[in-house]
Design a binder for this molecule. Structure first.
Ligand code: SF4
Length: 712
């Protein structure tokens, strides 16, 4: 490109943090990344980046903050020692083969990450199901998006967000539920704020127990009691019906199940639910009327709905508002789930969850298993159900899973009920961890550590929240001996195949990432997300594309414009579902509702963003935010150290008075682990209670108590 000095280069790629999927340009000089800037040609972000994206260059390391080589632990409780990579691959293959032969394929579990690229997911999925022969493959997206998946599938028939980012510019009413997008999806938030500034008559409603920075652009903040979203959405639908704001023709032509739901929600009047939700009936009715009178109503939602023991119901009842009013499949409208991680979507497309197969297929469906087996060139795929994330760790504790293979995620810190997760990591006969950064807590439990390449050392693709597939491109070589996650998986898979099924060795003989993507894209042919016509060549020539994609029509901005859904009879479904209270109630001992969430400048467990001083300045230490009334109730001075305890664990950290939480509630940012906090990490407090359909845990709520250390 013009303006570059000799030895300098610019590579177009994608930010590795949130599901917004902003395009970046990585500037290099020699083998170093010298700058990362927004890519004005990327259609999802148009050159914009948030504070995390702008600091990306400062996270690129090849020092001891990285895992630069393999390590193994010869004795379960002994120290880790360096080992040659080839020997590490042999060790892993030997153990996997031994366990498969002695205990069966289901004694192996794979726990992956929405940080992985689609190509990594595709290889791991083939390794787990076609070579090992187990459906025990799941991902930290289970903690993040699985209720959005089950909500979409239950109502619209497919795991497919129907809207796109352009819809933020043209909606009349925007309902933001369970999302602090000002912190979690900042570039999208700024886009919405600009749209609101340009069109002040746009109505923005925020549903959140806390008054977050997202409320700064809200016309109405419904500060509901934690976990009461279903009652709220039922009451809003009740108002829409009562006021004649539903689209009877759309309901009749494009949906089913409305009459049963109508009978159920008859009693969910705003007056009836105002005490449940802690929101005035008038405000519930106002929100419903803004939604019902809009020319285009858009909903944006994330973890506040998903991380719940009734996450599927919360998603479905929000989607009901769109189906009842026909606010879907048109410009500026639709229920739009904002994905948390950079490639949670791509992982779902590749089938990297226990209950998915490639191309949005279902492992419980014999025809789907047969189709994928044929595409992969194997005889059959396993039919026994796989363990989902938390169940997988339970299965280790029960002695059913002996080997856990973890890639690009940090369950010792990020999973709820951490003492149980750590006990499982200690109990497993072998824990394999492939990881790029040396500071994750899970590494301490690894019996075998494999050095993983990371952004910007990897080639591949990711899919963002608006179904847009972008190329991730390597700008520099991997640090030390690090390798792309799919290469680590293939190296072990080929050795394992040589030991248990030599004819399957060639399944993992990929020349490059483009070949993996080609195989994966063929798995989508004829499915709702069909992008079998896409290839690296097309993506490089045409730029990022939204699925479904065909060579004739190219990408698809919005789904369901014809009012037909992938449900069999082509009708969307109203889900006849009631309101279920939180899994865990408060008590005299645990009198506060605790919720956790993100800070603007940190990402997940801070393995990258924690390396950048400019990012840690926004909040330098963990804290628990309490309302002033509760600070007085517990006789706390500002920044006093307090012990926050739940039924599962405790932590000690400073207390801060904060107007954003209501009396009786507490908030703790989710990012800090036990290395920073006396006691365990923050998720030691969280319950592993989970949604019965999505199996997503209720990370957004635990009952907690406050004590002053030494005075309990
Ligand atoms: Fe990266 Fe998300 Fe920020 Fe965009 S909004 S720069 S994808 S963290």
């Amino acid at each position: 490109p013009p303006g570059l000095q000799p030895g300098q280069d610019v590579v177009a790629s994608v930010c590795c943090y949130c599901g917004t999927g902003c395009g970046v340009r990585i500037h290099t000089a020699g083998r170093r990344v010298i700058q990362v800037a927004g890519d004005p040609d990327h259609p999802s972000s148009l050159g914009k980046l948030c504070s995390k994206g702008m600091a990306l260059a400062q996270t690129v390391r090849n020092d001891d903050s990285r895992v630069l080589g393999a390590r193994w632990r010869p004795h379960k409780n002994g120290p880790q020692r360096p080992i040659a990579l080839e020997a590490a691959f042999d060790l892993a293959a030997d153990k996997l083969a031994q366990v498969i032969q002695s205990d069966g394929a289901d004694a192996i579990g794979f726990y992956l990450s929405g940080q992985l690229l689609t190509e990594d997911y595709a290889v791991f999925n083939k390794l787990a199901r076609a070579l090992v022969g187990t459906n025990n493959i799941d991902t930290n997206s289970r903690l993040c998006m699985s209720s959005a998946v089950s909500g979409y599938k239950a109502t619209l028939g497919a795991d497919a967000p129907p809207a796109c980012y352009e819809d933020l510019d043209s909606a009349d009413t925007v309902l933001i539920a369970g999302s602090n997008m000002a912190y979690a999806h900042p570039v999208l938030f700024r886009r919405l704020a600009h749209a609101k500034a340009a069109r002040p008559d746009m109505k923005i409603i925020v549903v959140d127990p806390r008054r977050t920075d997202t409320c700064d652009i809200a016309d109405l903040h419904l500060a509901i009691a934690p976990g009461t979203d279903v009652a709220l959405f039922h009451a809003m639908l009740n108002v829409l019906i009562w006021d004649g704001m539903i689209d009877a023709r759309y309901i009749q032509q494009s949906t089913q199940g409305f009459d049963d739901l109508k009978r159920r929600i008859h009693e969910f009047t705003p007056r009836a639910v105002q005490d449940i939700c802690g929101v005035a009936a008038e405000d519930i009715a106002r929100a419903a009327r803004w939604f019902g009178s809009a020319n285009a109503a858009l909903s944006l939602y994330a973890m506040g709905l998903n991380q719940s023991s009734s996450g599927t119901a919360k998603n479905a009842t929000l989607i009901h508002l769109h189906l009842a009013t026909g606010q879907i499949g048109m410009k500026g409208a639709g229920p739009f789930s904002l994905t948390g991680q950079p490639n949670a979507m791509g992982g779902r497309e590749a089938g990297g969850m226990a209950n998915l197969l490639p191309g949005h297929r279902d492992p419980a469906n014999a025809q789907h298993r047969h189709e994928v087996a044929a595409l992969w060139g194997v005889e059959a795929l396993p039919s026994s159900p796989g363990h989902t994330a938390i169940d997988m760790f339970d299965a280790v504790l029960q002695g059913k899973i002996k080997v856990l293979w973890i890639a690009a995620t940090n369950p010792a810190q990020s999973m709820p009920d951490q003492s149980k997760i750590r006990a499982a990591l200690r109990k497993a006969e072998m824990v394999i961890v492939q990881e790029a950064f040396a500071n994750t807590e899970t590494l301490a439990y690894a019996d075998l550590v494999l050095p993983a390449a990371t952004w910007p050392e990897k080639e591949g693709t990711v899919t963002n929240s608006e179904r847009r597939i972008s190329r991730v491109r390597a700008a520099i070589a991997p640090a030390g001996e690090a390798m792309a996650d799919w290469k680590l998986a293939c190296a072990i898979a080929q050795r394992l195949a040589a030991r248990i099924a030599p004819h399957k060795r060639a399944l993992f003989d990929y020349p490059d990432e483009a070949a993996i993507f080609g195989e994966h894209a063929r798995c989508t042919a004829g499915r709702d997300l069909d992008y079998s016509a896409l290839s690296y060549a097309v993506l490089d020539a045409e730029g990022p594309q939204q699925w479904p994609y065909s060579a004739q029509t190219q990408g698809t901005a919005r789904l369901y414009e014809d009012g037909r859904f992938p449900t069999g009879n082509r009708r969307a479904r109203f889900m006849d579902v009631g309101y279920t209270p939180l899994a865990e109630n408060i008590s005299a001992q645990y009198p506060l509702h605790l919720t956790t969430g993100r800070l603007r400048d940190q990402w997940h467990t801070m393995s990258r963003t924690g390396l950048v001083p400019a990012l840690t300045r926004h909040a330098e230490e963990p804290f628990v935010a309490l309302n002033k009334a509760d600070m007085r109730r517990f006789r706390l001075a500002s920044d006093a150290l307090v012990k926050v305890k739940s039924r599962r664990g405790h932590i000690i950290l400073p207390a801060r008075a904060c107007d954003s939480v209501r009396p009786g509630q507490a908030f703790i940012p989710m990012h800090w682990g036990s290395g920073f906090i006396a006691g365990d990490g923050i998720n030691a407090l969280a319950t592993s209670a989970r949604d019965p359909i999505s199996h997503q845990p209720e990370l957004k709520h635990s009952a907690v108590g406050i004590e002053i250390p030494g005075y309990e």
